[in-house]
Design a binder for this molecule. Structure first.
Ligand SMILES: Cc1cc2nc3c(=O)[nH]c(=O)nc-3n(C[C@H](O)[C@H](O)[C@H](O)COP(=O)(O)OP(=O)(O)OC[C@H]3O[C@@H](n4cnc5c(N)ncnc54)[C@H](O)[C@@H]3O)c2cc1C
Ligand SMILES: NC(=O)c1ccc[n+]([C@@H]2O[C@H](COP(=O)([O-])OP(=O)(O)OC[C@H]3O[C@@H](n4cnc5c(N)ncnc54)[C@H](O)[C@@H]3O)[C@@H](O)[C@H]2O)c1
Length: 450
């Protein structure tokens, strides 16, 4: 028997769940489908569990730097199994809570892999659903690398579930996942290599600050090496990672995939619905509507739309789609400012333009940059790395980009995001009286020199 809905949502992550709730609030009959526990990547296998773990690394680092300065740090260490238990205690209740929220809101839930059997008809584990509209919000998965021995790669999901931490870990790729996990694993006692194929890791971030982060990573005992991984071999002693460079092979007990994620579309049978997709995901117009099937929309990591694969981007997609569904394509995906952070220690953060982007746009700007390790706020934490680079348009004083490394980066970056979004210029920002002494009160000094 076929069940009819105004909207069928595929995926219960940030993108899918927000649209489902908005449309249900407006009185629509809504169904949600997910092949995994309800809640999506960010809540269950990404941002949130990751933050619980990396926070422990950050606290350990602070504690160690203050050893002999009023703190006794001899006993400070990460107890991995205990930390994992803590993480599980926070994350494991979430799927049931999410499902209960849906039930209370009157949203119907289906578990299983969804696939199209018609333009807006879906089959989920034997159930047949028909939507007036369908939202595809199925997120992303680790990219297939096409290398020999690929089956030996552990995913970020696997890493976040490790009961014990292996002695030797190689991370393939030099992006967010590898760098964040590498810092955590090294602080928890593993020998770590990050193998990346580009000249330097973390391409979306300021190159000078990335160089400092690499230095900090090396001091931690983890090595970032510029090698493209070409094969993983299983031996009696563990795994060997072969690269196209002179170095290696690198011996490991665990090799983790941090070499990018691609849209999750394979299982959907998109041809059955006439929904076009390419390497970057579902092809959509400015309303996030499928270019080939007007009854279908896409949002989040699975949509081929501008913006990185980040939670705030999925959130903006969801707002846009919800309005278009409810009000009939009244909203286009607007250009937005997205701040982003790599949760290493020191943390790296960025918002707005990089220097090379400002140059490519022919903008005139000056650079305010400094190492601010000597600031009392930083010295009081004994933090060994703290630096910034801020691009300010000339004339006019518009903030074009802000790039930060150090103990306050993850929070201060949001002040700069607001300044860029709301077009607050350098004089207005300098004239803002932030509480003192806080991370944000460092902004005045950042904007006053250089
Ligand atoms: C390790 C890691 C750490 C991250 N950390 C951050 C961070 O700190 N900050 C940040 O902004 N972003 C972070 N991200 C990125 C962020 O998690 C994603 O951009 C965001 O979760 C995307 O949300 P989404 O709703 O598009 O997809 P998802 O949350 O991935 O939801 C998609 C859902 O669809 C389901 N699904 C897939 N195919 C089907 C099918 N055929 N049928 C039924 N269901 C299906 C999946 O099971 C999943 O639950 C991180 C990602 C990872 C992997
Ligand atoms: N803090 C955060 O916001 C956060 C954290 C984790 C993940 N994420 C999101 O998830 C996405 C996926 O993360 P990711 O770290 O897998 O990807 P990424 O896109 O950040 O980085 C992948 C890196 O792997 C390299 N690479 C690819 N193939 C390789 C090979 N064979 N050998 C060596 N290097 C190779 C690429 O050149 C690139 O530098 C990110 O782009 C980001 O949008 C965000």
């Amino acid at each position: 028997m076929q069940k009819h809905y105004d909207l069928v949502v595929l995926g219960t992550g940030v993108a899918g769940s927000s649209v489902a709730k908005r449309c249900r609030e407006a009185g629509w009959k809504v169904a949600v489908v997910d092949s995994r526990p309800f809640g999506g990547t960010c809540a269950l296998r990404g941002c949130t569990p990751k933050k619980v773990l990396v926070q422990a690394g950050e606290l350990l680092d602070r504690w160690r730097h203050l050893a002999g300065k009023g703190l006794r740090a001899e006993e400070a260490r990460i107890d991995w199994p205990e930390l994992m238990r803590f993480k599980r205690s926070l994350i494991e209740p979430l799927p049931a809570a999410r499902e209960a929220e849906y039930a209370e809101a009157g949203i119907e839930s289906y578990h299983g892999v969804a696939r199209f059997v018609g333009a807006t008809a879906l089959e989920v584990e034997g159930a047949h659903l028909q939507g007036e509209k369908v939202l595809i919000a199925t997120g992303s998965r680790p990219a297939t690398l096409g290398i020999e021995g690929e089956e030996h790669l552990a995913s970020s999901d696997d890493f976040l579930e490790l009961g014990t931490l292996p002695r030797r870990i190689v991370f393939v790729g030099g992006g967010y996942i590898s760098m964040e996990f590498a810092h955590l694993a090294a602080r928890a006692g593993s020998q770590v290599h990050v193998l990346h194929q580009d000249e330097r890791p973390l391409a979306p971030f300021d190159p000078d600050l990335v160089d400092r982060l690499i230095e900090a990573t090396r001091e931690l005992g983890a090595l970032c090496l510029c090698h493209k991984v070409k094969a993983i071999e299983k031996t009696a002693q563990g795994l060997l990672v072969h690269t196209d460079g002179d170095g290696g092979p690198y011996a490991a007990d665990l090799v983790v995939h941090g070499a990018s994620r691609v849209p999750n579309v394979e299982a959907l049978d998109l041809d059955g619905a006439g929904v076009e997709a390419g390497k970057k995901g579902i092809k959509v117009n400015a309303h996030l509507q499928s270019v080939s099937n007007p009854a279908v929309y896409a949002a989040g990591d699975v949509a081929d739309a501008p913006g990185p694969q980040l939670t705030p981007v999925a959130g903006l997609h969801a707002e846009t789609v919800a309005e278009n569904l409810l009000k009939g394509n009244t909203r286009s995906l607007e250009q937005a400012v997205f701040a982003s952070t790599v949760f290493t220690v020191p943390a790296l953060a960025g918002v707005g333009l990089l220097e090379e982007q400002a140059q490519a746009q022919g903008l005139h700007y000056r650079v305010l940059q400094a190492d601010h390790r000597d600031r009392l706020a930083v010295r009081s934490l004994a933090a060994p790395y703290a630096a910034h680079k801020i691009l300010v348009e000339e004339p006019g004083g518009r903030i074009l980009g802000a790039h930060l490394l150090g103990p306050f980066a993850t929070e201060i970056i949001n002040v700069f995001a607001l300044a860029i979004q709301a077009q607050v210029d350098i004089d207005q920002l300098r004239a803002t009286h932030f509480a003192y002494p806080t991370g944000s009160s460092e902004i005045f000094a950042m904007l006053s020199k250089g």
